[in-house]
Structure formats: C-alpha cells, structure tokens
Ligand binder design. Structure first.
Ligand code: NAI
Length: 311
C-alpha cells in the first residue's frame, strides 16, 4: 500500500511521520513544490527508522508527480497556513489555485486514490476537490475533508480539562464547518464512559468548553505564530489508518451532502463510516432544533465561501 502526502510543511511532514511509525503502508511519498524540502524531510524521517523500529519507506519528491503514481490514499496539505489574527477563510484565494492544480495532477497519476483534504479553508477546499474529481469521473465517496477528527480531539481535550476525567474515557463529536464560527461541538451527546457529561458540568461550563473548542485552532495560532501541526498530523493519520485498515470507524469528516442533514451540494462535517472505499456511509444523528439551526447556519457560511470559488 502507498500513501502520498502533498505539502511537506509542518502538517504534511507530521502526517508522514505518524503514518510511517504506525507501519500501515509500505511506502509514503512526501511531495512539495519547494526545491529539496520534501527530499530533506523524507531523509530526516528515514533516519528515525532504526530508532523507532519501522520499515516504511519514505520518499521525497520536488513536484515530480510520477513518484506519486498508484497511491492508495493521498493527503493534501499544500497551501498557506494561518497567521495570528487570520481566519481560515482568508486563505481561500491562494489555496484554491494550489488545491485545484494538485488534485488534477494527483488523480492523473493515481486515478483510484482516496483523497484526504487538509488545506484550509478545508470545507471549501474539499468542495473544490470534489468538483475537480467529479469532472475526472471520480466517485464522491473518495473525497474526504479532515477537520472533524481534529476538532473532536480538541473537544475531548477541553472536556477532559473541565471534568478531570481521562481523555480516553471521553467521547464527543464536532460536526458542521471547520471554522471558528461554523463548527458545532455536540455537548448534548458528549459522554464520559457512556455517562452524559452534563451530569458533571453545568451549562455555563459546557458552553465554555464548546467556545474553547471552536477557537482551539486560533488559540494555538496565537501562541505559535502559525497554525498547529502535532494534532492535525495525527488526526490526518487516523483517517488514513481507518481507510488503509478498512476500520469502519465513525469519524466526523467533511463530505459531499446530497440532502443529508437537510443540505445539498456542499461539503460539510458529519459523522461518516470510514473504510477501504473512502467514506462509506453517513451516520444520521437525530439533532435537536438548536443543533439543526446551528448546522443550517454553518452550511450558509460555508456556502458563501464556496461562492467565492465561482467568482
Ligand atoms: P506549511 O506552510 O508548513 O506547509 C505547507 C507546504 O505546502 C509548504 O511546504 C509549501 O511549500 C507547500 N506547497 C505550497 N504550494 C504547493 C504546491 N502547489 N504543491 C506542493 N506543495 C506546495 O503549512 P502547514 O502548517 O503544514 O499547513 C498546511 C495547510 O493545512 C494550511 O492550509 C493549513 O491552514 C491547513 N491546516 C488544516 C487543518 C485541518 O484541520 N484541516 C489543521 C492544520 C492546518
């Protein structure tokens, strides 16, 4: 099995590192447009193999797509990250050009690949990838946007901080758009070992957990001066692993909706079953009125951004 990661920056290299260490594929190709960067990072990562004890081959490539040929999964992280004070949405112009070009080249060399879109603004970049893929005859189920995997892990972190319980005992999902104002942490459904978290936290504290989750990425950008990479890298790897191992895991991801959750012709975060064929089905959670309204509002915001693509 072979995975390509496009963009050998902070998130791309961390994703490649995690995939290699887990030994879930034989080969990881790291591709970047900047001369030598992907080769350098691939060599650096390969020099951790004897220490870490993995045999996955990592190959670097400066924009040579022939090296990516016949990949099973391709993770697209190429594009600019956020700077402090910037929203994910402000990246749209530059990243749209990059994502359109990369998706076309990738699908030309790996027509059967499943694509995992990470570049921001992620839901719009996933929609763009979907449009390019459709024009090349690729099934919508092979286009997945990574956001819910990361946002849900941030949600679980904040829930753990507030309750004092271990993160591994906490379950919670974030759906909707992958944006500071568009994501929806489902506090009503979050649990600690199957017990609703509302048994442990007051409404005010739960509202604060949700608010902290929504600006979780911006908080890190403020501290780091650029966007985060450890959690995004492992969150991307988790989706790749679910595909490669055909895990049938439910992971909230941005996928093309055709009426599900009341939305059409948009890519937005919903719980999906991930397996060898990409996203295999959408899991329908019964949302209450407030959550439904938040989902519709989130869709409106993402749709406005998608409209920028057409101009
Ligand atoms: P980075 O700047 O460290 O890396 C981006 C890399 O993409 C650079 O090495 C650059 O040379 C490369 N690149 C640019 N144009 C390219 C092209 N046409 N072909 C190949 N490579 C190209 O940025 P970082 O921190 O790795 O973030 C990458 C993207 O992921 C950003 O858009 C960021 O906002 C997004 N992101 C998304 C997350 C999510 O949850 N979906 C989480 C974190 C970041």
């Amino acid at each position: 099995m072979k995975v390509t990661v496009v963009g050998a920056g902070a998130v791309g290299a961390t994703t490649a590192d995690n995939i290699a260490r887990k030994q879930i594929v034989d080969e990881v190709v790291l591709l970047d447009i900047k001369q030598g960067v992907a080769e350098g990072k691939a060599m650096d990562l390969m020099q951790t193999a004897s220490l870490e004890g993995f045999d996955t081959k990592i190959i670097g490539s400066t924009n040579d797509y022939t090296k990516t040929a016949k990949s099973d999964v391709v993770v697209i992280t190429s594009g600019l990250p956020r700077k402090p004070g910037m929203t994910r949405e402000e990246l749209i112009g530059i990243n749209a050009g990059i994502v359109r070009d990369v998706v076309t080249k990738i699908l030309t060399h790996s027509p059967k690949a499943i694509l995992l879109i990470v570049s921001n603004p992620m839901d719009t970049m996933t929609y763009l990838a979907y449009q390019v893929a459709q024009s090349m005859g690729v099934n919508k189920k092979r286009i997945i946007g990574m956001g819910g995997s990361l946002d849900s892990s941030r949600f679980r972190y904040y829930l753990s901080q507030a309750t004092g319980f271990a993160q591994s005992d906490i379950h919670g999902q974030v759906i909707g758009g992958h944006g500071d104002t568009t994501m929806i942490p489902l506090t009503r459904l979050a649990t600690v070992n199957s017990i609703p978290v509302s048994r442990f936290l007051s409404k005010d504290v739960l509202d604060k957990v949700a608010a902290d989750t929504m600006v979780g990425g911006a908080t890190l950008t403020g501290l780091l001066g650029t966007s985060a990479w450890y959690a995004p890298g492992i969150a991307s790897c988790a989706v790749v692993e679910a595909i490669i191992r055909d895990e049938k895991k439910v992971i909230p991801s941005s996928v093309y909706l055709n009426g599900e959750y009341g939305q059409k012709d948009i890519c937005l975060g919903v719980p999906v079953v991930i397996g060898r064929n990409g996203w295999e089905k959408i899991v329908n959670i019964r949302l209450n009125q407030e959550e439904q309204a938040a989902f519709a509002k989130s869709a409106d915001a993402v749709r406005n951004m998608n409209n920028v693509l057409a101009t």
